[in-house]
Design a protein around this ligand. Structure first.
Ligand code: PHE
Length: 494
């Protein structure tokens, strides 16, 4: 045996001495030396095996985990249950109304599952029918999923396992290798030898100060031992997506404009003709920032300009006609959209044409869930020039979204306080309509008072929603979970 390999770490000694008290093979999860956690135990076992000090027998076992979809259903209820409850409360619902109330995938699955209970739509309407034992069945399904999420496979119901395996998508099958092991003769000898003294393994300030290392000596390391594989660094998927977006904008002749995380309400909202009592300004929608220092606002004259327009309008355009509060304009906030960068950029670049974009973070005081984040990236594109009109806007957006990979784009009317007309772009992806973002022509109340003579067209959209489509994620939060497994294996790499 290799001389150095016999030099045991304290963890290996702990595992060996635990095993030395047991005669027969023992399952890995039964090996529980004092002071070691599962990971340390498992790694010590691997080392002992490599050093030939224990005999190991491996066997394969199939285990299950919940997929993200499965975990979601465990918390919000299975689609068939959601649908059943909805029907119970409304007695009958038309299929189009259903999709307004539940997400489309859930509706599809819910319908398929309820059909097995004899509840089927007829002529586009699905009606409630009481199913005896329905709730009991749902409880059984839920406790089954719960057991899987606890990794408790002891009393798994085989008919439910069959049911969920057939359904697909909720369970992830994992092959696990089980190990059982036994100390062998060389192991016993090594354990005896290791009794020669506890060598220093971790050099601590105490050991150095007390000089204890002199008597104890150091444990040697086998530098030739194989180590874990290292993989190189990767770009975060969002970084890749962001560079892609920037490339597209640049290829269209747009240049990137600067911006700030912290803005004043004066720029973020007032300058965009958003009335001061607009609901989006409430504390529950916007993160306000407090500052002990007096705020020096960039281009403070915008306050006076906004005040006039909000109170009395501009030219033939009536204002909102309320009393404008200048202190409100000075309030600091985390910008809620990047349209704030557009308006300030144009304020200082009044010569047309201008074509600008940004891909930056914005903040919304929302609770996070599988489709919402409080901190997200927004894409903003804006064009200022004589030929800025609705058809230019549509063709710019079509061009942009096509390059992003969305072929089938539709526009629907929408509303933003600073654009008129306003429209939202919708992409049809796998037959489903996905909202991409807002757009419109800036209102004269926004552009004229700050000296912009030509029209401005702009569009904006949240990037993480798009990332979900790109990377096929059922849950938006996965993007920022630092899940190494996913980060190493996400589908798009450059
Ligand atoms: N700022 C809007 C939002 O945050 C999007 C938008 C941008 C709308 C430009 C119109 C014009 O959703």
């Amino acid at each position: 045996m290799h001389q150095k390999a016999m030099d045991l770490s304290s963890k290996e000694v702990a595992v060996l001495s635990f095993l030395s008290g047991i005669r027969d093979y023992i399952e890995e999860d039964q090996v529980s030396p004092k002071g070691l956690d599962r990971k340390e135990t498992s790694s010590a076992i691997s080392w002992l095996e490599a050093k030939g000090l224990i005999d190991v027998i491996r066997s394969e076992e199939i285990a299950y985990e919940l997929s993200q979809e499965g975990a979601r259903y465990l918390s919000v209820g299975l689609p068939e249950e959601q649908l059943y409850l909805l029907l119970e409360s409304q007695s009958a619902v038309s299929l189009p109304d259903l999709t307004a109330k539940m997400n489309a995938t859930d509706v599809r699955i819910g319908l398929a599952q309820l059909a097995k209970f004899g509840i089927r739509p007829s002529e586009g309407i699905i009606s409630f029918k009481s199913v005896p034992q329905f709730h009991e069945e749902m409880e059984r399904r839920k406790s089954f999923l719960e057991a899987i999420s606890r990794q408790d496979f002891k009393d798994l119901d085989s008919s439910l396992l069959e049911h969920f395996r057939k359904r697909g998508g909720l369970l992830v099958e994992k092959r696990k290798t089980r190990r059982k092991m036994k100390i062998n003769e060389p192991g016993r000898a090594a354990l005896q030898e290791s009794g020669q003294g506890d060598r220093v393994e971790d050099l601590t300030p105490e050991i150095i100060a007390s000089g204890a290392w002199r008597e104890r000596g150091f444990r040697s390391f086998d530098l030739t031992a194989p180590s874990e594989k290292f993989s190189g660094g990767y770009y975060h998927p969002m970084t890749i997506l962001i560079s892609r977006v920037k490339e597209i904008f640049t290829s269209m002749g747009f240049s990137e404009m600067p911006g700030h995380y912290i803005e004043t309400a004066g720029w973020n909202m007032d300058a965009l003709f958003i009335p001061q009592d607009h609901p989006a300004r409430e504390m529950q929608d916007t993160f306000y920032v407090t500052s002990k220092k007096k705020v020096e606002m960039e281009f403070p004259e915008i306050i006076g300009i906004s005040r006039k327009v909000h109170e009395r309008g501009f030219g033939k355009y009536p204002g909102w006609g309320y009393r404008f509060n200048e202190d409100e304009s000075r309030r600091l906030l985390l910008r809620t959209h990047t349209t704030v960068s557009t308006i300030r950029y144009l304020y200082t670049h009044r010569d047309s044409p201008q074509a600008v974009f940004s891909v930056e973070k914005v903040f919304r005081h929302e609770s996070t869930d599988w489709t919402h984040l409080a901190e997200l990236h927004q894409i903003e594109g804006a064009y200022y020039g004589k030929d800025a009109n609705l058809s230019t806007l549509k063709s710019l957006m079509r061009n942009f979204y096509t390059q992003m990979g969305f072929k089938n784009i539709k526009f629907i009317p929408s509303y933003y306080p600073y654009t008129e007309p306003s429209m939202d772009a919708v992409a049809i992806v796998n037959g489903k309509a996905v909202e991409l973002g807002g757009s419109g022509i800036f209102r004269p109340e926004v552009t004229r008072p700050i000296g912009l003579r030509e029209p401005v067209i702009a569009w904006g959209m949240g990037l993480e929603r798009v990332a979900m489509l790109f990377f096929g994620l059922p849950d938006i939060r996965q993007l920022y979970r630092s899940d190494l497994e996913w980060l190493k294996n996400y589908p798009i790499k450059n």
